[in-house]
Design a protein around this ligand. Sequence first.
Ligand code: ARG
Length: 408
Amino acid sequence: MKKQKIVVAYSGGLDTSVMVKWLKNNYDADIITLTGNLGQTKELNGLEEKAIKSGASKVYVKDLTKKFVEDFVFPSLKAGALYEGTYPMATAIGRPLLAKALVEVAEKENATFVAHGCTGKGNDQVRFEVSVGALNPDIKCLAPLRTWEFKSREQEIDYAIKNNIPISVSKDNPYSIDENIWGTAIECGVLEDPMAEPPEDAYLRTTSPENAPDETECVSVYFEKGIPVSVNEKDMDGVSLLNLLNEIGGRNAIGRIDMIENRLVGIKSREVYEAPAATILHFAHQELERITLEKSVMHYKSLIANEYASLIYNGLWFSPLREALESFVDKTQEKVTGLVKLKLYKGTVRISGRKSIFSLYDPELATYTAADQFDHSASEGFIKIFGLPYKTIHRVEQKSSNEKTALV
Ligand code: ARG
């Protein structure tokens, strides 16, 4: 019988390195690793060699950064998708793309299995497995971390040493970190106590507000149909634009998020995030929508934003509802074109100006000067009809209570 093949989502960390060997030992299969670059700052050098030494027979390293930014990050930005109004979802948006890449390699290699290194109590296992199933239901998912014998990091390290798996235990990071161009998620260690302030060493890409420059930094962002296309009047591609805003935001302490969030698996968890570019862009994009979107579209879109965020968070990127909402969002973005000027200062982002050729802000209607064109007299009739139901309610209530009193 032909040997089975398993395609492993490989990060090069302890869990996935141990997993490669563990799968080889337990499944008698050829292990193929796939590492997707989503624009993380961590070097991917040496990963290939490490995977081979851990037991892989073939290694794929794919740069998915451009695809990630254009097909996943920007749609979510246009939608205004922030989970529970706060988390820009760098991790959550990355999983469906990694799942897609896994499925593509599995199909190419004729593999029946894919494997991921997610634990049994997080959201990521759901995102991976639901996405894989939606893209190719014949591929089976393995999640060794849910079933294997290791109960601690130490036991995994022992196994790694016994099996000659190269691991870097020297720099023992107490945190569990997931990172890409849209942000960093930091968990575990002291962060598990919701009352404990995250220590400075938990943050990797932002300065603290206390250490940020004493001068305000100005930055302008130009959007075309809801997509950021230039910063400080310089046109750039999405990847360069995000890298630049991460740098500018990072040095001004922008995008530190400390939140308790509701996981899909039913628990509350304490999460610390760093998302400088995402924070700046969500803010700027919303400010531009304030002058370009008609009121009812803007109000309705905020409901969609919430739903869109939940779909992404809950692993339903590849779902008909998300796709349908994307069409709605794209329609709303047709006129979200214009410039937003911002001021960054010690962890805060403020707006200093906005303009658009599609701006619905009409100075002649808004002004309190003699140039005013607003028809003040029309307000009288408007208020009469607008307030009519409430007058009626009052009268009916009064009448019924009078009748009740008369009955007694
Ligand atoms: N709680 C976040 C989410 O579900 C982040 C998970 C990130 N994982 C990590 N290893 N830190 O999207």
